[in-house]
Design a protein around this ligand. Structure first.
Ligand code: ZN
Length: 263
């Protein structure tokens, strides 16, 4: 059973006490944690300067009948999904696939959350970073964290959930998408929606020497500077415009990126 003290002992080795951090976490990957997500979150908060986590809400998404071409989306597809879509509110829990830790962060009384209807972020001591998100620039908070020499913290997860790689893709000029989300008053068009991340672990060998790594319980915890991550991802995509795409032949967004590159 891992205690708060065990977690702190490990996390302090990463030396992020004064750094702004965006974190992604799998509680289960640690094994048994005494006090669960609350304990892990408290240990992370006490080991970093600023904490931001994505609290995305995909159940707000609406698929229209028509829209821009090559958008990695089948228009007029599953009308049942549209029927089941829920309007975004600040109290909407984040998607279950984000894990329990960001949801626990979002619920802290001192946490702030942004109001993007699909790609909201929650944070503590993070107001100026959260304020960098706009509808046009949904991952702006990550850019602001990088400017402030921020870090990505992967707590028992790999790069397939590393949202910051999406921001670097955009910087590298990779195609972005348009999506639509339900709010209590209207359907909002959301530009700058990123591609698919299931091929992102291919970045691991390129950044191996730049990553701070520790083992905490059963979990591998990795930290990498955002600026370094951006620079490595941009170089990789400039060298191979199809880098970091997945190989599934039914992946609409990766196919749309290929089409944008190859014509
Ligand atoms: Zn894909």
């Amino acid at each position: 059973m891992l205690s708060y003290g065990d977690l702190r002992l490990g996390l302090d080795e990463l030396d992020l006490k004064n750094s702004p951090v965006i974190a992604h976490a799998s509680l289960n990957s640690f094994g048994n944690v005494d006090g669960g997500a609350q304990t892990l979150l408290r240990a992370v908060l006490d080991s970093v300067g600023v904490l931001v986590m994505p609290t995305f809400t995909y159940k707000t998404m609406i698929t229209p009948e028509v829209g821009p071409p090559n958008n990695g989306l089948t228009y007029g597809g599953d009308q049942n999904l549209n029927f089941m879509a829920e309007p975004f509110t600040l109290n909407m829990p984040c998607d279950k696939m984000m894990g329990i830790v960001p949801e626990t962060l979002r619920r802290l009384p001192s946490a702030k959350r942004t109001n993007h209807p699909i790609q909201s972020f929650a944070g503590i001591r993070a107001d100026k970073f959260l304020a960098a998100q706009t509808l046009q620039n949904p991952l702006g908070a990550i850019g602001a964290l990088a400017e402030a020499n921020g870090w990505v913290l992967l707590l028992g997860v790999d790069h397939t959930v590393n949202t910051s790689i999406h921001f670097a893709e955009k910087l590298a000029g990779r195609k972005q998408f348009t999506r639509w989300a339900l709010t209590p008053t209207s359907i909002i068009e959301c530009p700058g929606f990123p591609g698919d991340s299931s091929g992102f672990d291919a970045i691991a060998p390129d950044i191996e020497n730049e990553v701070r790594r520790i083992q905490v319980g059963d979990a591998l915890v990795q930290a990498i500077s955002l600026k370094i991550l951006f620079s490595v991802v941009i170089q990789k995509i400039k060298k191979d415009p199809l880098a970091l795409l997945c190989q599934r032949d039914d992946c609409e967004r990766c196919m749309a990126v290929r089409e944008a590159v190859l014509g």
